[in-house]
Design a protein around this ligand. Structure first.
Ligand code: BYC
Length: 489
């Protein structure tokens, strides 16, 4: 089927333009031109800040060929710089309404409401900023991939984060004129961890130094992505809603990579402990001597990434969040499934706060507690995978349970940013914190040990000693499938 006739099919992607899309870009010369002008800068960014050392390798990637649930994933070998980053929106529902806030019941907006322009632009820019940031954070991991399967998954996540950047850049170019173009350029100029031009949100300026961090990041931080995208998918600004709905389908794979990556790490540790007859999970030197990551260190990594990700929800009580909601721009998780008035002018919501030196639940107006509610939904969502990790440990007969730390632990944003608390939520003096910090968060020595295990394992079907093989292959490929044809290997 030719590009233009393909685009006539509902949801099909037009590959006839330089930028594949299902938004009829050919008939929108202004936006097409703006995006084509932005494209070289993007490729330049990808070549300098994307996966280091693998731009010439052929990677078995999925590319969206249609947004239809059955047809959006087509697998083939692609060199990453040639990946067809496209603009894909979920189908428009002509009858869609604004479902919450002061405009509840109005027809969903197809254009930016003038009064909310700045607020909406800010939300889109923050969302957009996280996408290239994560690629920058992960750019050195290919060199130490524990298998070709894992390497391919890393690159899949990376190209899709690139596509999510395109998604936000499309909205900026299409709906925000000159300042949208400037913001789109800014998204290529900031850099993760840069002292002068850092990325906008805290967790996106942290390092992802090893593969366990990558898996924790895709489990915990991509899950913030899921919650935020789901809330933005509720937006009364319909193009944002449609964009986020399609992004969510891709996000699911990222969290799968995280959950199974941590799960396989745990599985391998338990297996090695059993084979060596080690029952005590705290016999750390003995476990490490087996070349696997001990369970207490896995707990520390989870503590770190969960607490960093909690910061991404902003302050528990936030007028920004209330304004976003009231304006109909950003809703709650699964807004339309919640049974209340969706206006929230008279409702309350319990918020954990610091009261007289104690962590207490205090009722706050639900409208200002929107971030807290989303964070609560996030914590519940996180618990599911932790339970599944614990099942792996239990099945191996090892007495150890992974837990999510208290929301007061290791926080830099919100109610608990100025205090120290233990993972079980006890308030601590500075001295107690300093004394115990390394037993709750990864220490330099833990980092060095994990780094010592990060040796490449690139033979098809082979896995580094510290991680178990996956249960099934990507696209149901056999165990020895060559997911990446590494250039020059
Ligand atoms: N770091 O009222 P406040 C993803 C700022 S992840 C630095 O507390 P608000 C992905 C805030 O900007 C999802 N600054 O919070 C995952 C504000 O600044 P201004 C990304 C922070 O505004 C993995 C001030 O503090 N998407 O997709 O209600 C891989 C007071 O703000 C932080 C979104 O986040 C922080 N952590 O909520 C790839 C959705 N937190 O305005 C991708 C869009 C707050 O005073 N963003 N601040 O200068 C939002 O909805 C909101 O901006 C936030 C903050 C939830 C982030």
């Amino acid at each position: 089927m030719s590009g233009s006739s393909a685009s006539a099919v509902l949801g099909a992607v037009d590959y006839s333009t330089k930028i594949p899309n299902n938004v009829n870009l050919v008939s929108d010369a202004r936006v097409l031109k703006a995006l084509e002008q932005w494209h070289p800068g993007y490729i330049d960014w990808w070549m300098t800040m994307g996966p280091e050392g693998f731009q010439a390798s052929e990677v078995y990637l999925r590319t969206a060929v249609s947004i239809d649930p059955k047809g959006w994933a087509k697998f083939d070998y692609v060199k990453m710089p040639e990946y067809r980053w496209g603009i894909l929106l979920a189908p428009q529902d002509e009858n869609r309404l604004v479902n919450f806030g002061a405009h509840k019941g109005e027809k969903a907006w197809q254009d930016v409401p003038g009064e909310y322009r700045a607020m909406l632009r800010r939300l889109i820019v923050i969302q957009g900023d996280t996408e290239p940031a994560s690629v920058e954070q992960q750019r050195f991991l290919g060199a130490t991939a524990p298998s070709l399967y894992d390497m391919r998954n890393l690159f899949q996540v990376n190209v899709e984060e690139g596509r999510h950047l395109w998604a936000m850049v499309y909205l900026l170019h299409k709906y925000f004129g000159k300042d949208g173009r400037e913001e789109a350029d800014g998204l290529l100029q900031r850099r993760s961890g840069d002292a002068d031009k850092p990325r906008m949100l805290g967790a996106f300026n942290e390092e992802t130094p090893d593969w366990l961090s990558f898996f924790m990041f895709t489990y915990f931080t991509d899950r913030d992505g899921k919650m935020q995208l789901e809330s933005l998918a509720q937006s009364g600004f319909d193009p944002l809603s449609r964009t986020c709905r399609f992004m969510l389908t891709e996000e699911a794979h990222h969290m799968f990579v995280g959950e199974t990556g941590v799960g396989r790490t745990i599985e391998r540790t338990c297996e090695a402990m059993k084979a060596a007859g080690i029952e005590d999970p705290y016999a750390i030197p003995r476990v490490r001597a087996l070349g696997v990551i001990d369970l207490p260190t896995i707990q520390k990594k989870a503590n770190l990434h969960y607490s960093l990700s909690l910061d991404l929800f902003g302050s528990e009580v936030s007028t920004n969040a209330a304004n976003f909601y009231n304006a109909g721009l950003k809703g709650r998780f699964m807004e339309t499934k919640i049974e209340d008035d969706h206006v929230l002018t008279s409702a309350n919501y319990p918020v954990l706060k610091l009261v007289d030196g104690q962590i207490r639940s205090v009722d706050e107006p639900a409208l200002t507690a929107i971030n807290m509610r989303l964070r609560d939904d996030y914590s519940k969502d996180c618990q599911g995978g932790v339970n599944r990790w614990n099942t792996i440990i239990q099945k191996a007969g090892i007495k150890f349970e992974l837990t999510l730390p208290s929301v007061a632990f290791n926080r830099h944003i919100g109610e608990f940013k100025d205090i120290h608390a233990s993972p079980d939520g006890k308030l601590l003096t500075d001295e107690q914190w300093i004394k115990n910090r390394d037993s709750w968060l990864p220490s330099k020595a833990d980092g060095d040990f994990i780094a010592s295990l990060m040796k490449p394992s690139w033979e098809p079907g082979k896995y580094a000693n510290w991680i178990a093989a996956p249960k099934v292959g990507i696209d149901h490929k056999a165990g020895d499938f060559e997911y990446v044809r590494v250039h020059g290997a």
